[in-house]
Design a protein around this ligand. Structure first.
Ligand SMILES: *[C@@H]1O[C@H](CO)[C@@H](O)[C@H](O)[C@H]1NC(C)=O
Ligand SMILES: *[C@@H]1O[C@H](CO)[C@@H](O)[C@H](O)[C@H]1NC(C)=O
Length: 200
């Protein structure tokens, strides 16, 4: 009896709090075409945000290695890279456009600048070291640094975001890559990215 009576106000309070939190969350969500930022005292993906914000970025990465205007070039290779089925030892430098939509003509929102190397003898597995430099909206001039493993034939690949600059100071998070269009003849790829970062 007593426990029913004492738990009733707690439940009511719980629902009022829920309502309040959802109102705050709605008010503080900011929408850019390729990004969504949430800032409130909320739990997102199991983290208490406190003064931090969580931003979700969605864009397409275009890696062009053939043709007259490649955006990624071979700079080094190992002694047996040319006969390795996984390209082991190959090192590429990229300056790849990031766009809002999947078409190469879609709006440019940034560039992925850095390198990737073939670091696996068992499968096509890249070591990726890159900065994502953004040119659009509130993130113009800000960047994120990514370091991770990318097995390009896997359905999805996850790479850690280790830091950032500008609006992304103190950033940490993860990037999920998924092939949108991988041309096995040319090696050119369009990859969909979903990046989640906590930052100040
Ligand atoms: C490269 O391949 C040759 C021939 O298979 C082999 O003898 C040599 O040890 C390989 N070198 C390296 C560095 O793996
Ligand atoms: C981004 O910032 C640069 C340098 O401040 C400026 O020249 C450019 O117009 C800005 N781009 C956008 C889309 O706001």
């Amino acid at each position: 009896m007593d426990s029913f009576h004492s738990s009733f106000p707690t439940i009511t309070f719980f629902f009022i709090s829920l309502l309040l939190v959802s109102t705050i969350a709605k008010d503080s969500v900011e929408h850019l075409s390729f990004s969504t930022t949430i800032s409130s005292e909320e739990y997102m993906h199991g983290y208490k945000l406190g003064k931090e914000m969580e931003t979700h970025l969605h864009f397409y990465f275009h890696d062009t290695i053939t043709g007259s205007k490649p955006t990624a070039v071979r700079v080094a290779q190992g002694p047996n890279t040319s006969t390795s089925a996984t390209g082991f030892g190959l090192v590429m430098i990229m300056d790849d456009p990031l766009t809002e939509g999947p078409e190469p003509s879609s709006k440019l929102i940034g560039r992925a600048q850095g390198m990737y190397s073939m670091a696996s003898q068992e499968e096509v597995g890249l070591l990726v070291v890159m900065n994502l430099a953004f040119f659009e909206g509130e993130f113009n001039g800000s960047s994120l640094s990514v370091l991770g493993r990318n097995t390009v034939f896997s359905e999805t690949r996850e790479m850690p975001v280790l830091g950032g600059t500008g609006r992304f100071r103190y950033a940490r998070g993860y990037a999920v890559a998924k092939n949108h269009d991988l041309d096995l003849v040319t090696g050119n790829a369009i990859v969909e990215y979903n990046v989640h970062v906590l930052h100040h």
